[in-house]
Design a binder for this molecule. Structure first.
Ligand code: NAD
Length: 368
């Protein structure tokens, strides 16, 4: 049974890093019987140039039908002045919305070879492996009413509505509990129940869900401001963190920086399972299109390669293959291969394709 992967490489370094993922997919086809069938489509500025929109209806339909979508990055100065509704990011947001991707998974893993590059002390991050689960389609970014109004007294008022319904908390909570069961069996639910009614509600729903459906998973609670502090003070205390859209946006960026460069960070966004057990899923690096280095063969492809490892694990249920690919990345870092963004004294500086070569060689060595 073939596995259908839609690649939307996007702009800037997107196509460069995705080229290495295509080679990794070909390696898994040849050596592990993966049977991946890849189709390429445009998104972002490159799609605007070709079709006048940031993503076409046909691409959205293909994305819905695919087993997994791999997205590179969108945007760049070339499209700074295009109309707001067709700006490159609109393509990304439409895909997330139309595919119903409500759960954003951002792992923060510290590879041993890069522990020294963290802004924190090596012993605080060595061996770090946490997963942040952020609610992606609700909360204050989407809640109504929102706006900027003129007031009768001559002032203005800006406002956004933080709002969550029971089912939205339950479904993101289930994702977090299910992940914890495959990890260290611990969930930290994060909100601000001390000052926000929606935070108190989040807390109550999580307590109920944990007790009713996941009594064997350890559930704890933390206020979001404290969680920010604890992430930089003692990040290894966490296993899975689950939180809303706004707090998740910030806390996942804090956690990301514990592990070094943007060029190393993968992510997954998942939708709900349908009656056949199929869930829409999109995998993408956390970084953007890096216009400052695009077209020069300098970009680090590891974030995108690790995003494909997440696809192997979460969409295709191929945990051993995901471990293999993550292990190959660990090997190349231990062997001293570095793109410019993670370069350290005494290491071998390589470009995008050479890093891809090194990963393929490491895969072959691990399976010899
Ligand atoms: P960026 O992530 O593109 O780049 C930030 C810095 O990190 C740059 O110096 C860049 O060279 C470096 N960098 C990023 N990825 C790298 C990699 N794989 N290898 C080596 N170095 C890497 O963020 P930015 O500069 O703020 O934004 C550039 C464009 O990307 C903007 O148009 C922005 O809107 C867009 N953007 C898109 C996404 C996305 O598609 N998901 C995310 C963030 C930004």
């Amino acid at each position: 049974m073939s596995r259908n992967i839609l690649i939307v490489a996007g702009d800037g370094i997107g196509p460069e890093v995705m080229g290495e993922v295509e080679r990794v997919i070909a390696w898994f086809n040849e050596n592990r019987g993966f049977d991946g069938v890849v189709e390429n489509e445009l998104v972002g500025g490159s799609c605007y140039d070709a079709h006048g929109v940031a993503v076409t209806d046909e691409t959205v339909e293909k994305a819905k039908a695919a087993d997994a979508v791999m997205l590179g990055a969108v945007g760049g100065p070339k499209w700074d002045d295009v109309p707001f509704e067709v700006r490159p990011e609109a393509g990304l947001l439409r895909l997330r919305k139309d595919l119903g991707l409500f759960a954003n998974l951002r792992p923060a893993i510290c590879f041993p070879a890069l522990a020294e590059a963290s802004s924190l002390k090596t012993e605080l991050v060595q061996g770090l492996d946490i997963m942040i689960v952020r609610e992606l389609t609700g909360g204050v970014y989407f809640g109504e009413p929102k706006g900027i109004d003129d007031l009768p007294n001559g002032e203005r008022r800006g406002y956004d509505m933080q709002v969550y319904d029971t089912h939205e908390i339950q479904r993101i909570g289930r994702v977090a509990f299910d992940l914890a069961k495959k990890r260290d069996n611990r969930v930290m639910s994060v909100e601000k129940r001390n000052v926000m009614q929606s935070g108190l509600f989040w807390y109550q729903e999580m307590v109920k869900l944990g007790a009713e459906e996941f009594p064997d998973v350890k559930l704890e609670h933390m206020l979001a401001d404290n969680c920010g502090m604890q992430l930089v003070k003692n990040p290894k205390q966490f296993d899975v963190i689950v939180t809303d859209n706004l707090f998740g946006d910030m806390l996942s960026d804090v956690a990301a920086m514990l592990t070094g460069s943007l060029g190393m960070l993968p992510s997954a966004s998942l939708g709900a399972k349908d009656e056949n057990g199929k869930a829409c899923a999109m995998y993408e690096p956390v970084h953007g299109s890096a216009p400052d280095i695009s077209g020069q063969g300098l970009a680090n492809p590891i974030a995108t390669v690790l995003s494909f490892a997440m696809a192997l694990r979460y969409t295709f249920d191929l945990g051993a293959d995901a471990d293999l690919l993550e292990g190959a990345v660990e090997d190349v870092l231990a062997d001293g291969y570095r793109t410019g963004d993670i370069m350290q004294p005494g290491k071998k500086q390589v470009g995008t394709v050479e890093m891809g070569d090194a990963i393929l060689t490491a895969l072959t060595k691990r399976t010899a």
